[in-house]
Design a protein around this ligand. Sequence first.
Ligand code: AMP
Length: 237
Amino acid sequence: MKYSVKMRASKNNDKENLHIGGAESIVDEEDLLNIINSLASRGLNHSRGQADFVNIKINKVREEDIINIRALKTKTIEVDTKEEGLVVMEKLLNSMGIENPQRVIDLLINTKNMRGAIILNILSLERMEGDLDKGVRVTNMDFASRRDISNKNHFKEALCLATKTLNAKAIIGEVCISDDPDYVTGYLANKKEYIRITKLKERGDLNGGRVFLYDPRLDTIENTIDYLENQLVIVHE
Ligand code: AMP
C-alpha cells in the first residue's frame, strides 16, 4: 500500500496569506509516519520565513495508477554572474528552436510569489494557465529511492519535478529560478537533459519562478495540465 503525502506552508503577511513552501512524497505504509514528521518540521522552519500555517494532506494511492520513468540526464554549467547565467540560458533556448528566448527569460525573472508554474505557448507566446496568479502546480511525483526530506534538496526535488514535467507530450522545455533567497543555481531542462546553471539571481533575492514551454501541436492544454497535476509518477535514478 502506498500513500501520497503533501505539505504546504504559509505565513500571514499584512492581510495576505503568503505561500512559503511545499513538499511531497509517495511512500510505503511503513514510512508514512516518519515522512509526516519530516514534512511538518520542514514546513515549520523554512528559509523564506517561519510558517503560521502548515497543511499536510494524506491520500491512499493505487500502485497500478503509478507510472515509472527514468530521471533526465544532468549536467552543470558554471558561471560567475547572473548576467552570464542568463546569457547561457538564452543560448540554450535558442538552440532548442525557441524563437523569442527573451520573452521566456522576462517572464521567468519577473515572476513573484507564484505557487505554480507559467505555461507558455511557444507559438502564440500566450500564457495558458487558467489561474495566472497561482500558475499550474506539478504534484504527485517522487523518487523511487528514499532520502531524508526534512530539509530541502533543491537539486534532487527539481530534478524529480522536471523529469515528470518533460515527460508530458507537449512540454518541450522548462526554465526555473528558485524562490529561496540563498539558492542561486537555476536550470533549463529539455526532453533529454537537465542543465544546471550555477548563478541566475543574486543571493538574498526572494523572487523565483518556473516557465514550462508548451507546444500546442503535440497535445491539448487540458491533457497537459491534467497530466502535470494528477498523474502519479515515480522517478528512477
Ligand atoms: P522552488 O524551486 O521550490 O524554489 O520554486 C521556484 C518557483 O517554481 C516557485 O516560486 C513557483 O513559482 C514554482 N514552483 C514551485 N513548486 C512548483 C510545483 N510543484 N509545480 C510548479 N511550479 C512550482
